[in-house]
Design a protein around this ligand. Sequence first.
Ligand SMILES: [Zn+2]
Length: 570
Amino acid sequence: MPQYDTIISGGTIVDGTRMPRFRADLGIRGGRITAVGNLDRSEAARVIDAGGLYVAPGFIDLHTHYDAQLFWDPSCSISSWHGVTSVVIGNCGFGFAPCHPKDRDRAMLTMTRTEAIPYECMKAGIPWDWETFPQFLDSLERRPKGVNVLPYVPLTPLITYVMGLEAAKTRKPTDAETEEMCRLLDEAMDAGAGGWSAQRLHPSGGNCVQRDFDGTPMVTDLMHNDTALALARVLRKRNAGFIQMVLSTSDPRADIHHLEELAEVSGRPIIFQALRSTDSRPDAHHMTIKWLDRCYERGLRIYPQAIITDAGLTFDLAQDLNIFDDSEAWCEAMLGNVEDKLHKLGDPGRRPALRARPPQTATDFWDIIISDVKDPAHKHLEGLTLGNAGEKLGKHYVDAMLDLAVAERLRTEFFAPAHNTRLDLQTEVAKYPWAIPGVSDGGAHTKFLTAGVYPTEYLINFVREGRAMSLEEAHWKLSALPAYAAGFTDRGLLRPGYAADVVIYDYEGLKLLPQEIARDMPANEWRRVRRAQGYRYIMVNGDLTFVDGKPTGSEPGRLLRHGAAQDGLA
Ligand SMILES: [Zn+2]
């Protein structure tokens, strides 16, 4: 019997520790790395020739919403196409467990707006063979998975399960209800949950961009601070788990002191979203960085996830869109089906309110581009910004958009460039030592966002082209740092004893392909995707999942209870 299942031979290893790269072989057995060094006299069932290629730890994506998609796409694409081998689900307080059977439909409807996951996909694709969180984990355990999955307990379903949706949004829980939430969290953590998550955007409009199906804030936006503190104490008592929280530091009303208090009370790491640059306010991220540095001086573990991918949005107004929800008038006008929206967006009586404060989507509204018109008579507007189209037509830019969209039954396609297109500012964020690359939002916003490309973009923009950091630094940030921050106990490095999650790639050949439409969702739904070139082999727990971008059909991913696969095998 050969000594190794696989030897990855002759590659240049960047092991994730930030030590200098070195030429060596990697021996793998039972899903784990068992040797690093010169293995040319050893026997292996399979030898992968990595000559001329880099061998690095698989990427760890801490911010995804694959909670639904992984049931119909066990590979969790597009993340897995870009070298991601482990994902964290249940982010932002959103998810599907615990859930009373009678509330399943409402739970899916919630996700249609806040994370823009098509309802028909969820309806056709989610098996719903659970009620409690531990049962949900058992269901995940039984399913084939192409990547490893580490779950949070999302607080929206947890609070809703105990109080009911209406009460959860209108009053503080009683002591008995809070106690029950803590008991359920304890039970979920016993079953292996990594911690809990919540979105905390200011409930009164403003920055509340991720709303519920009916346009109201999410349960966790309205959650009382005392509830969060009680749940933080559960983690303290267990001395385990971490908290993920979305907060807008650019909103003066954002309660960053509450975040510090949670870090203090729990004594646990907090993963906070998001550190990002803003083109129009080049100083904004410096403020967040100063705040984080002060937190570290005080001994608080608050780690920022950084949006350093250029996440422009392609959309039409017929879709379930949440990107305008920071404006009350827009949020209201964008509720309902296409007929409802056609009526509201075409209504001259509503226009003054829609013009008054256009939403701050990915970009300034004025700069949104008319990317694809459906009626040849409108061709002269294609490629113009709304600002330019408004000038050309002699009307307000909001009217220019809405008149055009209504005339084309909302099928006109628009592109909102991101707020953070300036590469010099993105680089400052990327270089902050504790900034975890990510916020792919994988599995969410599937019709207009492809931020799952971030690992590929990171290596290209900040190492190969931008030379802002070394490859050693980049791989530490893409794998080891998130593994440490989120409690993965045996992943993120290429060292003996670690799980064999490996990316083998052609550094010079690494390339991002253009956005395209894929019709590969349940219920004949479509999504936008972006592929990469240059990843020769992607390996999860010692099994190849992709070779030259083609899936092998192997599904070696594991559920990571308590941060690791529990049976000793990787
Ligand atoms: Zn999220």
